[in-house]
Ligand binder design. Structure first.
Ligand code: SF4
Length: 97
């Protein structure tokens, strides 16, 4: 089994720096974007990407943190909502068949 490249990196790359005593994150918007872009880039070369994303998409909304499977937490929440909406849209057809 392959070792995912994220295991060889600092957690900060995936989740950002710890907030300071005031709750603020010492990361500018540009630094934030750059960090997320770097993390996503690492994920895109990961042999476990597809399975990693599938594992994330079965989590309840609100349990998404940091960059995982080349997506942000907000992007994964959107994907989960889209999947749920799609499942509801086909549910009546499946019930008739
Ligand atoms: S796809 Fe998942 S397992 Fe692979 S590097 Fe990204 S977070 Fe780690």
């Amino acid at each position: 089994m392959s070792t995912p490249p994220c295991t060889d990196t600092k957690l900060e790359l995936w989740f950002g720096p710890r907030p300071d005593a005031t709750g603020r994150t010492p990361e500018s918007r540009a630094e934030h974007k750059f960090r997320e872009s770097r993390a996503k880039s690492i994920c895109r070369s990961c042999p476990l990407l597809v399975g990693c994303l599938e594992n994330e998409l079965v989590r309840p909304i609100g349990h998404q943190f940091g960059i995982v499977a080349a997506t942000t937490a907000a992007e994964r929440r959107d994907m989960i909502r889209a999947r749920r909406a799609a499942a509801l849209a086909v549910a009546p057809v499946a019930a008739v068949a």
